[in-house]
Write a protein that binds this ligand. Sequence first.
Ligand code: NAP
Length: 298
Amino acid sequence: MSQAQIIDGKAFAAALRDRVAVEVAALKAEHGLTPGLAVVLVGEDAASQVYVRNKGEQTLAAGMHSETHRLPADTTQAELLSLVDRLNLDPAVHGLLVQFPLPDHLSQAAVVAAISPDKDVDGLTVANAGRLASGLPALTPCTPTGCMLLLRDLLGDLKGKRAVVIGRSNLMGKPMAQLLLAADCTVTIAHSRTVDLPAVCREADILVAAVGRPEMVRGDWIKPGAVVLDVGINRLPARDPEAAAAGKTRLVGDVAFAEAVGVASAVTPVPGGIGPMTIACLLANTVSAAKRQNGLPE
Ligand code: NAP
């Protein structure tokens, strides 16, 4: 059997960032408009620090305005909401993202509810989720948006494809399913209560795994020739016992990659597949938000 194409999300994301940079340069030159992204980080979570730094660097590299607001872990809900309110009103900020997870004493739902839907470049507000579900133009969550770009590049028209999304989170599974539905796929959403998940997955021309369970999707869950997008990011101890003892880790996805490449027609690796698309789509969403806020066509 032939081996699956391994989708190079890193290269695809780099090309998308280049396109965003060209668009930003044109907005500056033709309209005096510099799209701006503000990122808010509360506390010291190590992974969040890395994500936030990468977001800031890539925003600047695209020629955009970037600001990062680092707040201490004991920030109160009122202080955080007051910063969100201020950024909602700041004309230099077109996109606003609060990095999750927040410390336990803060409410993510209250923060999402406070973000202006026009600046909600993570697509998490009820307004944007509702617009997506209603078939209206919306800011859509970055990771599923990146998945759709990869799928369209690979398959072109998605009309009539059978798609299975494993996971039903507001950030990933649900918007992914809505985007596939909007592209005329026949969509099934699977979750922890789904009966006979392997059989459900075997129906998929497009299988998206967004679960958070290392290598859960086995090769024999995959329909031969299917396209498999592995969104999962799971940190396991390094294979080498000495490295593991020293606390070194490795990343694996939700899909048993070595098995999937023998069955699928194309598959995303972890790392280097879906992950890099997320920030590139965040930049693209910020440019879209800046255009909408300034009455420019997209
Ligand atoms: P989440 O909120 O924890 O949702 C996980 C989903 O998986 C839930 O809907 C859950 O079902 C389902 N699930 C759990 N165990 C299952 C099982 N045994 N069989 C079938 N379904 C099961 O996670 P998330 O935020 O959607 O993220 C999912 C994964 O994607 C994580 O590994 C995360 O790190 C990764 N991720 C990556 C990116 C990126 O690449 N940039 C972005 C976002 C997320 P129930 O609803 O029934 O509990």
